[in-house]
Design a protein around this ligand. Sequence first.
Ligand SMILES: [Zn+2]
Length: 273
Amino acid sequence: MGLFDAFSARFVSYDCFNCGRGVQSSAALRGKTDTCPHCGWKNAVPAKSGGSVSPTPYQLFRRALDASDVQEKVRLLKQALEICPTHQRSLKELGILLQDQCREYALAAEYLRRAADNAIEVLNNEPILDFRMNLLDRAATCYTHVGRYADAVSLWERVLREGRWSPNAAGKIRYDLEAARAKMQGRPAPARTYGSRRQTAAGIDRVLNTLESRSLAEACAQATGRDELVTLVQSWGFPKEDAENLVYDALLCCASAKGEALRLYRRKFGDAT
Ligand SMILES: [Zn+2]
């Protein structure tokens, strides 16, 4: 018996069902489960090396990332979740895709919450608590798009209670929470203050005009579009944090009632023109 044969008689090699990395289990564990040393997933040990189910949820997830078409990505991720309904990577990716690209907010919220509930491992160096809280924050935003303000409020209350947020991030969440509460009670959304009063109204106005001159939907959906806008607003003389808030508020205005929001800002901060 050669060295390789001796090794393969004692070990079974296969790719982890969940994280796709290579795993070796003792041959004695064939047909039983063994824990992946990389991610902690309990794999069913195949009878022979390379003999695990194919494709694995991880392989489908990778294919979804590589696919250029959004509907194809959605199809592959749903297929991964049929094989493994708790696959953390696929749940997260599908939730974000449905929210940012497809705007299927009710469904997106469902997947985002499932991703948070089933988080078992650190992805991209993001601690599990932060992973959960960021996705729940997204889910709450989705609820506001479909008028489920009570669900949004209770989720944001939880996210503020359990999450670790920078003062700036916590401020944004508190604002969202107040806006959702206002909607629930039929009140107008509160306006935020930053910089000088005139600057704020002028900033919102300019961001909205800039948005109108581009493809509005695209700018709202793309994180890169947002970053670009923030850089632009900074070039108008706003500090980074104020620029981020202005862009954020302007996007909220166009997503819901732009005219109403602008009137509110003008009343609060004065006519900036
Ligand atoms: Zn693994």
